[in-house]
Design a protein around this ligand. Structure first.
Ligand SMILES: [Zn+2]
Ligand SMILES: [Zn+2]
Length: 137
């Protein structure tokens, strides 16, 4: 009963012109860290981390390939800015140390928790004057 679905009638989806189909990966899942059911993404990209705690699972060698057999929890440890892609959250595997940047989810049913993202950003870029004070990382 969603209205914008009618726009799909009889034509290609206008919003996904490039790249491989990631629809198959776009399913809901239960977060391995906070145990909350994470709804499937609705912004056209598949979701690979929990929007509520930002933790992920190590399932990819490269983003989206599901080629890793590690399957352990990945902790959000920082943010990186990629040209053309915007900000991405960096995940660090708690088991094998694999690092991987993942696109932030800012739209759809359950966007990433902005407070957590802001916290990562604060960790990432401490003001030069106060560097070394407060919590260390
Ligand atoms: Zn979670
Ligand atoms: Zn791993």
């Amino acid at each position: 009963m969603t209205e914008h679905d009618t726009a799909l009638d009889g034509g290609p989806v206008s919003s996904a012109p490039r790249g491989r189909s990631r629809r198959a990966e776009n399913t809901d899942f239960v977060c391995g860290h906070c145990q909350v059911l994470v709804p499937a993404n609705t912004d056209g990209h598949y979701r690979n981390h929990c929007p509520f705690c930002l933790w992920s699972l190590h399932v990819d060698d490269k983003p989206g390939d599901r080629a890793s057999d590690c399957r352990q929890l990945m902790q959000p440890v920082g943010l990186v800015e990629k040209s053309g892609k915007g900000w991405q959250v960096v995940h660090l595997c708690t088991a094998c140390g694999h690092r991987q940047p993942n696109r932030l989810v800012v739209e759809g049913t359950a966007p990433d928790d902005v407070d957590l993202v802001a916290g990562l950003m604060a960790d990432q870029q401490p003001p030069p004057a106060t560097r070394g004070r407060g919590r260390r990382r």
